[in-house]
Design a protein around this ligand. Structure first.
Ligand SMILES: [Zn+2]
Ligand SMILES: [Zn+2]
Length: 437
């Protein structure tokens, strides 16, 4: 049986020898950006690359997702998944945007797929030396955009949640997985401690139309209800504990149809973010109270459509350390820690159930989700991350998989049952009628 050190050398040498090929693959994926749940060409390319390694792919998971498995040859051990996200973002001004859809890899998810596929190519030849199992998983729709399209898929019962990873969990695609590793595109090699989770609300106020100049008192102003709801939500910000990192932000997506008509309908779309599932649920209750109070004050009605969003992300300290040790060994760099982040990812959902790594690679310049977010150093963006993923797997599953077993035994925040209960609770539709008051 080869040692971890010997196996690391084999996978690093293999990836180094394919550097140009890996960068070319990254470029190919960069130039086929597709929006969430529409990643057909990207998924086909991922499948083609995995099949070249002799792997059999399950396809069409949560519409476009893919999973390929391989059993290791050296006995029992944990089941590790390397993961990459398939989707791009609508950023039409990005230099590599699709001319028709405006989709662009302005979050660099093509680099995740490239790293995962390059790591797979290096690991498949050495699996006989490892213990446990490996899966390579491409997941759709991380960006939580194109909500109208998501709602259409929901109505057709093709999905139940907007994010690809929550869908994977719901469908049981991750049931046999013990931990998940992913490296996201970024400016440098960092890892977060945690991310906020969020719930999304579409809030529809219903009033009564009337002439705005002649008889405004005959109407009920739904736009005024929305404004008062926002005022009350703003006034509540001090009541949230700093440690919960609550953020509430949104837009007025409908404020009426004509200036001389008292608006009969107004719509708010809000995201409510916080650091723990309990804090998200609590902040949602506060928002609901403000919304109901505003409708009540004007004798109007309000409907709250809740979308469960993403769970908070909780990092595995042990996985971060293992990844940081490999980074130090590979390049002499210290893995940075950017603490808690106010934004969200559906790796949060995975991290509630399993130990998860959501590290960042360097090699990108510009502002994430901006038109200037591009690959600056293809070796850092595509190649070095692949080496790190392969090294991480070798440490976890090499020499009898002792390290992998230790991390796989970490206590999860939730089990699948309590997770799905929470998601369902946060996916409700509620109507409150005060028009008879
Ligand atoms: Zn993004
Ligand atoms: Zn991203």
């Amino acid at each position: 049986m080869k040692s971890i050190a010997e196996l690391k050398k084999i996978v690093i040498d293999r990836i180094e020898s394919r550097k140009e090929e890996i960068i070319a693959l990254g470029n190919t994926l960069l130039h086929m950006p597709e929006l969430g749940y529409c990643e057909v060409k990207t998924a086909a390319k991922v499948k083609e690359e995995l099949e070249k390694l002799g792997l059999v792919c399950r396809t069409g998971l949560a519409v476009t997702g893919i999973r390929a498995d391989i059993a290791c040859g050296n006995g029992e051990g944990p089941h590790i998944a390397l993961m990459g996200e398939l989707d791009a973002l609508p950023v039409p001004s990005h230099p590599f945007a699709d001319k028709t859809t405006g989709a662009a890899h302005a979050c660099g998810h093509h680099a995740q797929l490239t790293q995962m596929l390059a790591a797979a190519d290096a690991l498949v030849p050495v699996v006989k030396e490892l213990s446990g199992s490996l899966s390579f998983i491409a997941v759709p729709a991380e960006e939580f955009q194109a909500l109208d399209y998501c709602r259409k898929l929901m109505a057709e019962e093709k999905i139940r949640y907007c994010g690809g990873k929550p869908e994977f969990i719901r469908l049981g695609v991750l049931d046999d997985i013990d931990m998940v590793l992913l490296i996201h595109a970024g400016h440098d090699t960092f890892t977060p401690e945690s991310y906020n989770g969020f719930c999304m609300k579409e809030i529809i106020f219903e009033g009564k139309a009337a002439h705005g100049g002649l008889r405004p008192w005959a109407g009920k102003n739904a736009a005024a209800m929305a404004r008062q709801a926002l005022n009350m939500i703003d006034a509540q910000r001090d009541t949230f504990d700093d440690k919960d990192s609550v953020r509430i932000h949104g837009i007025i997506s409908d404020g009426g149809n004509a200036v001389n008509v008292v608006p009969a309908k107004a719509v708010l779309e809000l995201q409510i973010r916080a650091k723990t599932p309990e804090a998200v649920a609590n902040a949602c209750k506060v928002v609901d109270r403000c919304v109901k109070a505003a409708a009540m004050a004007f004798c109007g009605n309000v409907t709250i459509h809740n979308l469960s969003g993403y769970m908070p992300y909780k990092s595995s300290e042990n996985l971060n350390k293992l990844h940081g040790d490999n980074l130090m060994e590979l390049s002499g760099k210290v893995l940075g820690n950017f603490g808690h982040r106010g934004s969200s990812t559906d790796m949060g959902d995975v991290s509630m159930l399993l130990p998860a790594l959501h590290a960042y690679s360097g090699g990108f310049a510009g502002s994430p989700h901006g038109a200037d977010f591009i690959v600056e150093d293809p070796v850092l963006a595509y190649v070095e991350g692949a080496k790190l993923l392969a090294m991480d797997v070798v440490v976890l599953l090499g020499e009898g998989a002792e390290k992998g077993r230790e991390i796989a035994a970490e206590t999860p925040v939730m089990n699948k049952e309590t997770y799905l209960e929470y998601k369902e609770k946060m996916s409700s539709k509620e109507e409150f009628k005060y028009d008879q008051a």
